[in-house]
Structure formats: C-alpha cells, structure tokens
Design a protein. Structure first.
Length: 155
C-alpha cells in the first residue's frame, strides 16, 4: 500500500511540475515585445487627443509642440513585455490618441504605472489589445501632475 501511495504521489508531483511549466512558459524563452513605436520619428504628429478614465466626450486636444514632444518621449520609450488581454478590464487612466499629418490615429492607453495597451495592434482573438508591462511611472506622474482629476472634474 505504501508503495502504491508513493507511486501516486510521485505521479502527482510530476504532473504538477509539467502543468506548471506549461503555464509559466519556458524560462529560457525571451518575453514577447512589440516593435518600437514611432521609430521614424515624431515630426508627423499633428496633435494629441487626451482623455481621462475613458470619457472621450471630455477629451482635450493638445497642439503645442512642447507637450506633444514630452508625451511622445514617453510613448516612444515604451518597451513593455506582452501580458494578458485587456478583455474584461475597465478603468484605463489616460488614453492618448496620436493624430498624424496623414490622417492616421494611433491610440496609446496608459492603464496605471505598470501597464499600457496599443489599440489596433497586437490584439487577441476577440479584437482586444494586450496589456504591455513596463515601468510607466514617469509618464503616469507627468499626466497626473499636468492633468490631475480636478482638471477633468470641475465643480
């Protein structure tokens, strides 16, 4: 009986180790990253629409080059690793819609200090973008300082 229990225990241990390995992935495999954003430069950025907490009707349009350059510095430096899908997640802090001179719009969504997403690129099978995991605290702090909650919610 002890031998049978040991065999079952060993089988369960091996099964658990194999299962965990498939969930966590190959530790030697490089995490997935995205292509550099705006690798050709930001000269063709015409304006940025910024909204807070997903409220698009309250979006502001930024056209001054100093603020565009600052925001684009954060966007172009973003180099996160691919996380889970944003499907079922709500509460994006800031959405940065980047409008280029040729009429294209690229959305960069900053969820918190450690997560962002890129709409229309790197989507899951349901059309939802993935979270990208990176230290985005400088961008988050910049936006919180320049456009805090009371900027958006005036009495």
């Amino acid at each position: 009986m002890k031998k049978t229990l040991k065999c079952i225990g060993l089988f369960l241990l091996i099964f658990a180790l194999v299962s965990c390995g498939s969930l966590t992935g190959d530790p030697n495999q490089e995490p997935e990253t995205h292509e550099p954003l705006f690798a050709d430069g930001i000269e063709n950025v015409q304006s940025i629409s910024l909204c807070y907490m997903g409220y698009r009707k309250g979006a502001i349009t930024i056209t001054d080059k100093e603020t565009i350059t600052a925001l684009m510095g954060f966007v172009t430096a973003a180099n996160g690793t691919k996380g889970e899908s944003t499907r079922g997640n709500y509460g994006v802090a800031y959405s940065v819609d980047i409008h280029t001179e040729d009429g294209k719009v690229f959305r960069f969504s900053l969820w918190d200090q450690n997560h962002y997403s890129l709409d229309d690129t790197y989507e899951d099978e349901y059309g939802y973008p993935y979270f990208w995991i990176a230290d985005m605290s400088e961008m988050y702090d910049y936006l919180e300082g320049k456009y805090p909650a009371d900027f958006w919610y005036k009495d």
